[in-house]
Design a protein around this ligand. Structure first.
Ligand code: C5P
Length: 243
């Protein structure tokens, strides 16, 4: 209970990169707009963040060519500020644009939770864990899950060169939660060095920080391939049925 009180005085913001085109899905519609359990994928991802009481506001980065966003915006509850920014060429550019916009509302010491629009199965329970575990952390961290499968390193011909020790390997998920000021600085520095980081933790790592891994739920999957949609639908239906 004491830890809960400690986190409630700090503001938390969500930043949702949603400007991708989803090449690996092979569909005409960007993956965040594909239908999932009656709503577009992104509507699920945003609803969890908009409904979560300890998120003060949400920034979404969408593509300059996006024509579908207005349809989503009208469906969302306006219980907290929601701002839209234009995304960039890569996910890291979209996140940087969002961080810049956040400076209008937020303090450098506020937390920002960066969450992929393409992860529609995030739960409030995972958000609780992230906020509580990182409340007093000097760096911040991310949801992640330990690697379960045996890992193989391949050569250029697709033959195994080595079996990789998986005992300390994790899959990085989102949200990834860092202080706004430090994340902004480290991401800007990474991009200035030509590092197109694929997550926020990598920008922090490049600056010498060691983000914490917080074990999250394995069903917080990212929609990447067509079969992921069926799996996400199953998870959401199962939750609706079991409460
Ligand atoms: O393509 P990938 O699965 O890595 O995308 C992860 C998230 O980043 C998605 O929500 C996607 O919309 C977003 N993204 C973005 N701007 C880009 C590329 C991806 O906001 N240029």
């Amino acid at each position: 209970m004491e830890r809960r009180n400690a986190v409630s005085s700090v503001r938390h913001w969500a930043l949702v990169p949603a400007a991708g085109i989803g090449k690996r899905m092979g569909s005409a519609i960007p993956k965040q707009y594909l239908p999932l359990a009656g709503r577009p994928v992104i509507a699920h991802s945003l609803a969890t963040l908009m409904d979560y009481p300890r998120i003060a506001g949400v920034v979404v980065a969408i593509s300059a060519e996006d024509e579908r966003w207005p349809m989503i915006a009208t469906e969302l509850t306006a219980a907290k500020p929601l701002r839209v920014v234009t995304g960039g060429a890569e996910r890291c550019h979209s996140v940087l644009n969002g961080l810049e916009a956040l400076h209008a509302w937020a303090a450098p010491s506020d937390w920002v939770l960066v969450h992929d629009a393409a992860r529609p199965c995030l739960t409030a329970g995972d958000l609780d864990r992230l906020l509580v575990e990182l409340a007093n952390d000097p760096v911040g961290g991310l949801l992640a899950i330990p690697v379960r499968d045996t890992l193989k390193q391949a050569d250029a011909a697709g033959r195994i060169m080595a079996t990789v020790d998986r005992s300390h390997l994790w899959h990085a998920l989102t949200p990834q939660m860092f202080r706004l000021g430090i994340l902004h600085e480290t991401l800007r520095a990474a991009l200035a060095r030509g590092l197109l980081v694929t997550d926020e933790a990598a920008a922090m790592e490049a600056a010498g920080y060691a983000p914490r891994l917080i074990e999250g739920r394995a069903d917080n999957l990212k929609i990447t391939r067509p079969e992921d949609l069926a799996l996400a639908e199953f998870y959401l239906a199962h939750r609706a049925a079991t409460g």
